[in-house]
Design a protein around this ligand. Structure first.
Ligand code: AMO
Length: 454
């Protein structure tokens, strides 16, 4: 049943739930969703929610307009309503206040039953929640994840900006893929094959060489990997950056370290309420300095836990997890940089370590690093090979034909400064910062080998 009073928004402007306590004993106009209804004969409680919180409202037979009072009998959870009411003190309510309804109008009635349980218990399985994600994000705790994610983007953007980086947008339909091991999705482009971008690697290097010196991009990345894990997606959001005129790959790590410290420091000011709701204290994660250990040192540490690896092998997920625990114990840090990965496991465009380093480690390595956060790789980067002839030779060594990558090679032929950069998974950063079990919790509409909708 819909009340037939005038559109209320004409009469009085909206008050957000978070501001209600500033309006004690005043009439307010609320708009939101119905979270819960308790229907007693003379008193009816309607829990209402907007983007800023939830609030108890109540209707009394004597004080609420008759048609509004009656409308509550047929009200369904998640319907959109408008309420005009008086803010009253109530020591017993969990907010210390409540709103006494004068008029309630149903704007959009929700069908029943709801496909997901949006109550605080929220027992619906994640797959079903994602099937109906727009309903799931009405749960303020779930919504908080994406509000924090949004602030992470803001803080990273500000940091890049403050450090002289230019934001670029590069094509996601491409002709080549350069990430070894990451498979390509082929697209039929008017009868010709193209691929969904596996990374903006070539383009970010292109525009360092294009005179910008420092560039960054937030964008979708596609990987045709049939991985069924809690950290792999077929489409994820990459945070990529590239910086020119570096003297060494460690300069890239220094930059990332400052970027993370800045992020963890500022996040509580930006998303304090959300972090509280999610029970996360990012300041407790704050590193003074992120330990840096070579991959071969990491393997020695893992040996003590019974994990063995060949010298030119990368760590597996179990090794990364174990290493996360060891690092926490040994260095008191949630983060660790692993450096100098074997040439065999890294893409051809990375600069090789010098002979002295290779000899010391008894295996050819690249000037590369991964950043692990709580035992999960959230970032990888390197210094790139900017010397054209060596770049060609390295491609050939990995059985790639440099002549099929002319646009890439050209970047290095007309004056390319020494440069390096890195790529993060925004989804994994959000997942690990908030201590979420599954990366899908941190992605509004995830894509994996099984999920193509909504
Ligand atoms: P890499 O392939 O290691 O490096 O990817 C960079 C970061 O992206 C994230 N990531 C993923 N997140 C979710 N699902 C996936 N399937 C997935 N694959 C990768 C990880 C990873 O650390 N061009 C280089 C980066 C560079 O050197 O600049 C690259 O793409 O957090």
């Amino acid at each position: 049943m819909v009340s037939t009073s005038m559109p209320q928004s004409i009469l009085i402007s909206r008050t957000l739930i978070k501001d209600l306590s500033d309006h004690l004993d005043q009439e307010v106009f609320l708009q939101g969703w119905v979270q819960d209804i308790r229907n007693l004969s003379k008193i009816k409680f309607v829990l209402i929610r907007d983007r800023t919180g939830d609030m108890q409202t109540l209707a009394l037979a004597k004080e609420t307009e008759a048609d509004s009072f009656a409308a509550i009998n047929t009200l369904t959870p998640e319907s959109v309503v408008e309420i005009i009411g008086m803010v009253k003190k109530n020591k017993e309510s969990r907010w210390g206040i409540e709103v006494l309804i004068k008029n309630l109008k149903v704007i959009s009635s929700a069908a029943t039953p709801l496909p997901v349980d949006n109550s605080e218990k929220g027992l619906t399985h994640i797959d079903k929640r994602i099937d109906h994600r727009f309903l799931d994000t009405r749960n303020l705790k779930h919504q908080a994840i994406f509000k924090v994610r949004s602030k992470i983007v803001k803080l990273l953007t500000l940091f890049f900006d403050a450090n002289g980086f230019t934001n670029i947008h590069t094509p996601k339909l491409t002709k080549i893929g350069v990430e070894s091991g990451a498979e390509l999705f082929q697209v039929n482009y008017f009868g010709k094959p193209m691929y969904l971008a596996q990374s903006p690697q070539v383009y970010k290097q292109m525009f360092v060489s294009g005179g910008f010196e420092r560039v960054y991009e937030f964008g979708p990345i596609f990987r045709a990997e049939k991985s069924h894990t809690t950290r792999h997606l077929t489409e994820f959001t990459g945070v990529d950056f590239e910086m020119g005129f570096i003297s060494d790959y460690t300069e890239v790590m220094d930059f990332i370290e400052r970027m993370f410290i800045n992020l963890l420091e500022k996040l509580p000011q930006e998303a304090g309420e959300e972090l509280k709701l999610l029970g996360v204290n990012t300041l407790s994660l704050l590193p003074q300095k992120i330990p840096r250990i070579t991959l071969s040192e990491a393997k020695k540490l893992l040996l003590s836990k019974g994990k063995t690896y060949a010298p030119d092998e990368d760590l597996d997920a179990e090794g990364e997890k174990l290493l996360g625990e060891i690092v926490k114990e040994k260095y008191g840090s949630e983060f660790v940089f692993l450096t100098l990965f074997p040439w065999k496991v890294k893409p051809f465009y990375q600069m090789k370590g010098d002979d002295a380093v290779n000899k010391k480690l008894a295996v050819g390595v690249t000037k590369s690093f991964d950043l692990l956060f709580n035992g999960v790789e959230i970032c990888s980067g390197s210094q790139r090979e900017h010397r054209y002839e060596i770049w060609r030779a390295q491609a050939k060594e990995k059985s790639l034909n440099p002549d099929t990558m002319k646009e890439y090679g050209e970047i290095l032929q007309y004056g390319a400064p020494p440069h390096g950069g890195a790529g993060f998974g925004l989804d994994r950063i959000t997942q690990k910062l908030l201590g979420l079990e599954n990366v899908r919790e941190a992605v509004l509409l995830p894509r994996d080998p099984e999920r193509m909708t909504p």
